[in-house]
Design a protein around this ligand. Structure first.
Ligand code: SIN
Length: 519
């Protein structure tokens, strides 16, 4: 596999020096930038613009034990249970104990969580939560409201330079294999030297054809970290959200119908109009996501239809329009009036539980490289993330990264070990390769997997990477293809190594012996 996407000698490139580079401007990157002491100079690199990220799309909310009848301990137990026993208990303890503090901090930054008439925060329920602990903003616009508020706050910081439309291509290392900075592409390559780099670039939903993730989520930070030699973990655990709006016209991403809709009483129905979660789990439609997604998949196979139905007709129009304004409007645009019509829904890739392996301070295996948010794997989600723990993870673990950087003080690192990957070949069929990659992931890396399919998928990713390795890459689309194939291959390899089904990783046939495959 190639070490770099950049194909030019670095000494000719525009170079700047910072104390910290943050790649990714979603909630975790932005929060880290806000918390970093003003004595650090910070470059915040964003692939498109600041609002263009998965955090902005988050609907349901942010989970934290703020209600009187709740406690971090109950939140801890719900998270561990949803994670199919595979979550890291120390990470979960940190998440659930620190959660309420960070909610207060967000509120102090100006985030307007929805309240009742008396100013008390409203909380709702989602899958596998035993208590109402999901705070929300603007009804179903939690991510957008939080992001808009923090974007306002970041503009007030004098130590943070924001570089929108800068694509992270590479993480640079020094001769001792320490982080030395990054290369980004914005019409031309640029070098950002820094001894501390935080990867907060989010997940990789775009490796699947059906995802709720934004088009920008092509695993760029995870792939750059892999190329630089950082370890990943739990890559086989990919979460499928049970209820994306079924819309064959949608291109890069499917619209999410929040789990909070089921939290407010919606039930799933099959093509005959029958409820089907009752017999499957004691929490019925609010069972953990992996279980609901698999059951929907089974119902679709049984009926031969491409979706099931979500029924929220128990609520009236005025209530629905107020509580879920965006979801209501989207459904209406496609001729569905949720107070009287069932909503067609289908599972879609939603979240990557794996990522760059980090400790509880967000440190990766590569000195000087940190990760937080969906790009990271602290182990906090185990094999299946509990609903609305992702925004919470962003703030809790971004703050841990910042604490660790503060403790380390200001460092200098000016050396780079770099051999350019200069090639002359071109990549003729990038678009076709991307669509082949996505189909492979749908067929072999999806909700139900089997060893033979995984081996086949790995072979295809190897073929794509061999083609891209031989090419002089030009521009974003081609960088994305390499990153997607790198991450997709990592998911399939991890899935093949994990021989037993757990949480979101489900094998319909467990291998009797380890399959040897050349990689
Ligand atoms: C949702 O609103 O259903 C998504 C929440 C999440 O992914 O945690």
């Amino acid at each position: 596999m190639r070490r770099y996407l950049v194909n030019q000698a670095l000494d000719k490139l525009h170079t700047q020096h910072y104390d910290v580079v943050i790649a990714g401007g979603g909630l975790s990157g932005l929060y880290a930038a806000l918390l970093l002491d003003e004595k650090y100079t910070v470059a915040l690199l964003v692939k498109e613009d600041l609002m263009r990220c998965n955090s902005s799309l988050a609907q349901g909310g942010i989970a934290a034990a703020v209600a009187e009848d709740d406690s971090p301990d109950i939140h801890f137990r719900d998270t561990m249970r949803a994670g199919a026993g595979m979550a890291d208990a120390n990470a979960v303890k940190l998440l659930t104990e620190k959660g309420p503090d960070h909610i207060n901090r967000l509120a102090a930054m100006g985030v307007a969580f929805d309240t009742d008439g008396k100013g008390n925060w409203l909380t709702t329920c989602e899958g596998a939560h035993r208590k109402k602990r999901i705070l929300h903003c603007g009804g179903d616009a939690t991510g957008r409201v939080i992001m808009e508020t923090l974007v306002e706050r970041i503009a007030e910081k004098t130590n943070v330079d924001i570089y929108e439309h800068h694509f992270l291509t590479d993480i640079l290392t020094d001769p001792n294999h320490r982080t030395a900075g990054v290369v980004a592409f914005s019409e031309e390559y640029k070098v950002f030297m820094a001894p501390r780099v935080i990867i907060a670039t989010g997940g990789a939903g775009q490796v699947y054809p059906h995802t709720t993730n934004d088009k920008v989520t092509t695993g760029d930070g995870i792939a750059a970290a892999i190329r630089a030699g950082a370890e990943t973990a739990n890559m086989e655990f990919v979460q499928f959200h049970p209820t994306a709006f079924y819309n064959p016209e949608s291109k890069d991403s499917l619209f999410l119908v929040s789990e909070a809709v089921r939290g407010e009483g919606a039930v799933l129905r099959n093509d005959r109009g029958e409820v089907f979660m009752e017999k499957r789990h004691r929490l019925k439609d609010l069972a953990p996501r992996d279980i609901v997604a698999r059951e929907i998949f089974k119902q679709m196979e049984l009926s031969g239809r491409e979706h099931v139905w979500l029924d929220i007709t128990s609520r009236d129009e005025a209530w629905l329009r107020k509580r879920f304004p965006n979801i209501y409007n989207y459904c209406e645009k496609y001729g569905i009036m949720p107070h009287k019509d069932f909503i067609p829904v289908v599972p879609a890739q939603h979240y990557l539980m794996g990522g760059i392996q980090t400790n509880l301070e967000g440190k990766s295996s590569l000195p000087g490289l940190y990760a937080c948010g969906e790009a990271a794997c602290t182990g906090v989600h185990g094999a299946n993330r509990l609903a609305s723990n992702s925004l919470l993870e962003c703030v809790v673990f971004a703050s841990r990264v910042v604490q660790s950087i503060h403790q380390g003080g200001v460092l200098l690192n000016d050396e780079i070990a770099f051999e350019p990957h200069v090639l002359t070949g071109t990549l003729a069929n990038g678009k076709e390769l991307k669509s082949r990659l996505k189909k492979m992931m749908q067929t072999h890396g999806g909700i139900v997997r089997n060893p033979q399919g995984l081996v086949h998928g790995i072979g295809v990713m190897n073929e794509i990477l061999a083609l891209t390795d031989a090419a002089n890459l030009v521009g974003k689309e081609e960088f994305e293809l390499v990153n997607m194939a790198t991450v997709a291959r990592e998911i399939l390899l991890a899935a093949l190594t994990e021989r037993e089904s757990a949480g979101s990783h489900y094998l319909d046939e467990e291998p009797e012996e380890i399959i040897n495959v050349s990689w």
